[in-house]
Design a protein around this ligand. Structure first.
Ligand code: PLP
Length: 380
């Protein structure tokens, strides 16, 4: 076979393929397990709304037809519910695609983006894929340091990406901090606030970003159906911003980027707020149980506003990750999510209460019998 002689864009050289959480079937096979619980990708342990499932199945009848490229039904439902214009919304194949589109719209080689170290990997991918440079501001107490981000704004800065709550730390900044930050960002810089986990937040001071879009025309809010709505496999996310920004996104959006089944499922899921409330309650309960258990074990964790927790297990996360997997629990090891600073950390998605009870048992075993026998005083 001849060698590939097509030259690629050098700007993608520093990029690495995204490494997702390991699939359950793979782990079952490798370790000879009959039951494996995946707490690795911040998915919804309740599944999704029954109404969403039914709507998706019904839409299979029209599998021979292209989907509605503009997502009109879903667009109008969201526009009405959020009190925005339909032209202030752009839909993506997951929030991932909206994040990627931001890079395609705004980044030229050499342009800079800023985010926190550590955060969701796709912001860096969005910048790097277009030849942009990601500038990282260190986190403070596992939370974005918004002042440190502002200090890094230069003439080359085009986009600031913020996940609120942040992934993998689960921390969130409050409304006052967000407003003060937006006041100081130059209007020529796009601020992308990614609220993928907003529906799980319990902090009463969490920002209400939607009304801020009126005041800050350089602001984009990103949301997803993958988390509280439990539709991760369908891939539906959306951005809300001034219509002049959305018009640019529409130029580069692939024409049929959200499947008909995904649109139908998202449309039904959005109207099933009982399911959303049930998911919130389960998460709140599982998070409270897990935090208590970690405290009893003397393990440090970052208080979470999301559906996962960032915990310091005090041991090499490579080893603990493997040990937990052998016991049937897939989590995300910190060495992979936060190379250097997160070597002893684990990011664990909240499952049902029963799943979390099982997980804590497995974690105690993985960390050694000092936890299973003592009343849980962690002596490091
Ligand atoms: C902060 C954040 N934004 C966006 C996404 C991607 O969401 P989607 O499934 O809609 O692409 C994730 C997924 O884990 C995430 O953690």
């Amino acid at each position: 076979m001849s060698q590939l002689s097509i030259t690629h864009r050098a700007s993608i050289d520093p990029m690495a393929p995204y490494v997702p959480g390991r699939p359950v079937e793979d782990v079952k096979k490798e370790f000879g397990l009959t039951q494996v619980i995946k707490l690795a990708s911040n998915e919804n342990p309740l599944g999704c709304s029954l109404k969403a499932k039914e709507a998706a199945v019904t839409s299979l009848e029209e599998s021979n037809l292209y989907p509605d490229g503009s997502c009109a039904k879903l667009r109008n439902l969201l526009a009405e519910s959020l009190s925005v214009k339909p032209t202030e919304l752009v839909f993506g194949c997951g929030a991932d695609e909206v994040i990627a589109m931001a890079g395609k719209v705004f980044i030229s080689p050499g342009d800079e983006c800023i985010t926190g170290a550590v955060t969701f990997s796709q912001y860096a991918a969005s910048a790097a894929s277009m030849g942009g440079v990601m500038v990282y501001a260190p986190l403070k107490n596992h939370t974005y340091d918004l002042d440190a981000i502002l200090e890094r704004v230069t003439d080359k800065t085009k986009i600031i990406f913020l996940a609120n709550p942040n992934n993998p730390t689960g921390s969130a900044f409050n409304a006052g901090a967000q407003e003060a930050f937006l006041e100081k960002v130059p209007p020529r810089v796009l601020v992308v606030i990614d609220e993928a986990y907003a529906e799980f937040v319990t902090d009463p001071h969490y920002p209400r970003t939607l009304p801020m879009l009126q005041k800050y025309k350089n602001l984009m809010l990103i949301k997803t159906f993958s988390k509280v709505y439990g539709l991760a496999s369908y891939r539906v996310g959306y951005g809300i911003a001034d219509e002049s920004i959305i018009a640019l996104f529409e130029k580069i959006r692939p024409p049929f980027n959200v499947s008909a089944q995904a649109q139908a499922a998202a449309y039904a899921a959005y109207q099933d707020q009982d399911f959303v409330r049930a998911s919130f309650r389960v998460n709140e309960q599982s998070l409270a149980f897990t935090c208590r258990a970690l405290e009893e074990m003397g393990l440090r964790y970052t208080p979470s506003q999301a559906n996962f927790i960032w915990m310091d297990c005090g041991k090499d996360s490579r080893v603990v990750f493997l040990d937990l997997m052998k016991k049937g629990y897939i989590i995300r090891p910190g060495y992979a999510l936060a190379p250097g600073s997160g070597e002893t950390y684990l990011r664990v998605t909240m499952g049902t209460l029963e799943q979390m009870e099982g997980f804590i048992g497995a974690l105690k075993e993985a960390l050694g019998n000092r936890f299973s026998e003592s009343k849980g005083i962690h002596k490091l």
